[in-house]
Ligand binder design. Structure first.
Ligand SMILES: Cc1cc2nc3c(=O)[nH]c(=O)nc-3n(C[C@H](O)[C@H](O)[C@H](O)COP(=O)(O)OP(=O)(O)OC[C@H]3O[C@@H](n4cnc5c(N)ncnc54)[C@H](O)[C@@H]3O)c2cc1C
Length: 386
């Protein structure tokens, strides 16, 4: 369903053809590493491993980036998100944001990277004042500044005129997530095969021996599960299946508009404008894997956007899509070895920050595979913490 998202609608013909060309590609039968899942986490991990000379096969059941990774808000927001999470998350988020910043200069990467900033303007997001929120963020090591109504106007002149202040996060960035998935695939030496599903695996003597896929049997040295909230294909190998569930979100977008916004703006909901002009808003949270956009939700988000940005009043939102955030009980990802299976790693459950965390996840999985252990303490992301 996420393929109706604005991210697929704004690909050019070359990018569409590139995406299609991965469908049904022959698989390597004995790769060093098999990655199951061709979302942003699988793609970033494949890139990182191939940088180390590792031979990688990626299998993706649908289209690359076709689920949450192609349905999200494109936000790289370590400071704005960081306050909701423990230091272990913030450490990964900071590192990952810096890894994102290095990629645009590398061959093959073209994903609309911009450090466009983030501004929170609705009082529902602070208890007493923007100043108090900014001081709290700063005291937690997060980069943010209180701004008054005049400064809001300077940053975003098209917002409603009665806004009296807000919080500005100047280092927050934005990407086109499907172009990012494609960039990782293009820049890596990994073999990506979409429309290819992993069905089950054989484990003997504490090691995965083979993985059965719709394209035949693969005998990899290591396996990395990057399948978001879906664990059906490996759950049989563990007495305690991972507590991964989907939390669905709906987004909507206009047709291209004249320039209205530079920053991502958080009023009652997130609003941002793409380089191609479309204004995007949304981000509902509903348990489950709802795949059909709800007309009432579209109408509600469109009204909120029009209240915040008067130029959008009565502007239609022809694009509506949903995606499911891969979720764990504490909203932190699982980055761990499958208990009892030496050569099987899990990188899943990144909830609403999988795009942000993808590059650091890829690096950590690479270290684990190549060097035998990750360079950071991943206790907070263990499988057995639940
Ligand atoms: C509305 C919304 C807004 C969001 N906004 C942001 C944001 O601004 N910033 C941010 O950082 N994050 C955001 N997120 C979260 C982010 O999109 C996810 O955390 C991230 O995409 C997860 O990536 P993933 O690769 O782990 O999972 P997915 O994108 O779900 O990819 C997993 C892939 O595995 C494949 N797969 C599953 N089972 C199999 C199998 N058996 N064989 C082969 N392939 C299989 C699936 O087809 C899928 O493509 C948002 C999410 C939503 C829904």
């Amino acid at each position: 369903m996420s393929q109706d998202s604005i991210w697929f609608a704004t690909l050019n013909d070359t990018e569409r053809a590139e995406l299609r060309a991965y469908a049904g590609r022959e698989v390597l039968t004995t790769p060093d590493v098999l990655i199951v899942g061709g979302g942003i986490v699988g793609a970033a991990t494949a890139y990182s491993l191939s940088q180390q000379g590792v031979q990688v096969q990626v299998v993706e059941a649908g289209t690359l980036g076709g689920l949450a990774s192609g349905a999200n808000a494109g936000g790289i927001w370590p400071d704005q998100q960081g306050i909701e999470y423990p230091e272990a998350f913030r450490n990964l988020a900071r590192r990952s944001r810096d890894l994102w910043g290095k990629l645009p200069a590398r061959d093959g990467f073209d994903f609309d990277w911009r450090v466009n900033g983030f501004v929170t303007v609705d009082p529902m997001h602070w208890e007493t004042s923007p100043e108090d929120l900014a001081m709290h963020l700063l005291s937690e090591g997060l980069s943010a500044h209180a701004i008054d109504g005049e400064q809001v106007k300077l940053l975003e002149p098209h917002l409603r005129s009665d806004i009296t202040g807000g919080v500005h996060y100047p280092s927050e960035a934005h990407v086109h997530p499907v172009k990012a998935v494609l960039s990782f695939a293009r820049a890596s030496t990994a073999q990506f095969s979409s429309e290819t599903r992993a069905i089950s695996m054989d484990v003997k003597n504490g090691r995965v021996q083979s993985v059965q896929t719709t394209a035949g049997t693969i005998q990899p040295g290591h396996v990395i599960a990057a399948t978001g909230w879906m664990a059906d294909w490996f759950a049989a190998q563990t007495p305690t299946p991972p507590p991964l569930t989907p939390i669905s979100g709906q987004m909507i977008a206009t047709a291209p508009q004249p320039p209205l916004l530079k920053n991502t703006v958080l009023g009652k909901a997130i609003v941002f404008q793409l380089l191609t002009g479309e204004v995007v808003t949304g981000g509902s949270m509903v348990e489950g894997d709802a795949t059909t956009p709800d007309a009432q939700v579209t109408a509600d988000f469109a009204k909120m956007a029009g209240d915040l940005l008067p130029a959008l009043k009565d502007v239609p939102f022809p694009h509506a899509w949903t995606g499911a955030r891969p979720t764990t009980p504490d909203r932190l990802p699982i980055l761990d070895r499958l208990p009892g299976v030496d050569n099987f790693l899990v990188a899943a459950g990144h909830f609403k920050n999988g795009l942000l965390l993808a590059p650091i996840t890829g690096e950590l999985m690479t270290e684990w595979t190549v060097a035998g252990k990750p360079s950071l303490d991943l206790t907070s992301f263990r499988w057995d913490r639940f």
